[in-house]
Design a protein around this ligand. Structure first.
Ligand code: CA
Length: 366
């Protein structure tokens, strides 16, 4: 509470006490004074300022929390590099330099390999299934356990939906076409490309276009139609492949420093939690609505050639993905624990999807 407000408040309570008795006032003051405390928090992110959907969802969490809390929890959002480097968000929240961070957990594969399951792993979950696993299938408990030693509490905060397989200047007709292929594909997807004989080349989003156009790389994955169209990749590559087998529904996270979290009263905790649910559904809805509009533009206006990875290629990539995940599980007990939960849930949800989503997709549309 501001000092002037507090003086006004104490004066009012004092008048009440004089009129109706000191007992009521002494009960009311501490309770209300505690509830009125204002928290000013910082949220670092991995995104450029107000980056469509990703940075925007961080902005919106701050806006919604401010609205719902009547200004009692105020969050200032920082783009990547403003306060700490884009990939410094994990350490900044873990060490309590800031209270919160908005990112994707697969960026922390070097510090905490199992974290990747809570963003995306190749041939992993789509948005619907990762939500089901994390919210209702035991995933959240594992994620909290994984982040607790880092003094953090994780929340789901968004999802891209199914990503695209990427932009290629060479056709992929068989696994042999990956031989020597230079592709921008980070993380586990890159490891799998390397197993297939290709070269995974790391670069930031802003460098992809020029490298693709100049032939420094033969292919690049980014996100999906909406973001890819904005960066103009259709002018630098011939074929647009699907599906994004390596990122079938990448989830985003809000990391909260545990000490900061524990300092919040229960209602602010509930508000923050609710804002992350809202953000999760908001981002996926934006992606689904805007990707389909952008895809139409890519096809109708820019005459982009869409290609599906051949089935034998997908089958082989899946085999390589399993090998990569198994290898990591063999060396890291935390990874193994999360992997087992992931595999069990995937098996079950697949059994249900065969009766629900697969027939639904075959019904097509009216
Ligand atoms: Ca991607």
């Amino acid at each position: 509470m501001e000092n002037s407000n507090r003086r006004e408040f104490i004066k009012t309570v004092g008048m009440g006490a004089a009129a109706i008795g000191a007992g009521i006032a002494s009960n009311a003051v501490p309770a209300m004074a505690k509830d009125e405390k204002t928290f000013k928090w910082k949220m670092v992110t991995t995104w450029p300022p107000h980056f469509p959907m990703l940075g925007e969802s961080a902005d919106k969490i701050a806006e919604w929390v401010n609205e719902m809390s009547g200004g009692r929890l105020q969050i200032t959002v920082y783009a990547g590099g403003e306060l700490v480097p884009a990939l410094g968000a994990f350490d900044a929240v873990s060490q309590g330099t800031v209270e919160m961070g908005h990112s994707a957990s697969y960026y922390w594969s070097g510090k905490c390999p199992a974290a990747q399951f809570f963003a995306a792993v190749p041939f992993g979950f789509n948005a619907q299934s990762i939500n089901a696993w994390i919210y209702s299938g035991g995933g959240m408990e594992l994620w909290e356990k994984l982040y607790a030693p880092f003094n953090m509490k994780p929340f789901l905060a968004g999802n891209t939906g199914v990503q695209m397989g990427g932009w290629f200047n060479k056709e992929i007709n068989s696994m042999a076409d990956f031989n020597g292929l230079k592709m921008r594909i980070p993380g586990l997807g890159g490891k799998i490309l390397a197993k297939a004989g290709g070269n995974s080349i790391l670069m930031a989003g802003g460098e992809i276009y020029t490298n693709l156009e100049r032939g420094v790389i033969d292919a690049a994955e980014w996100v999906g139609p909406f973001h890819d169209l904005k960066l103009g990749f259709h002018k630098a590559a011939k074929y647009y492949y699907y599906p994004g087998w390596h990122e079938l529904g990448t989830a985003f996270e809000l990391m909260v420093n545990l000490k900061a979290w524990n300092s919040l009263p229960d209602d602010l905790k509930a508000i923050l939690n609710a804002a992350t649910y809202k953000s999760n559904i908001w981002m996926l809805s934006e992606f689904e609505a805007k990707n389909n509009a952008a895809l139409r533009e890519l096809i109708d206006v820019h005459k982009v050639q869409l290609k599906e990875f051949p089935e034998p290629v997908i089958k082989e990539l899946k085999k390589l993905s399993k090998e990569v995940l198994d290898e990591q599980a063999a060396t890291d007990p935390a990874f193994k624990e999360v992997y087992e939960s992931f595999l069990a849930f995937q098996k079950n949800i697949y059994g249900w999807n065969k009766m629900s989503e697969e027939p639904y997709q075959k019904l097509k549309y009216i």
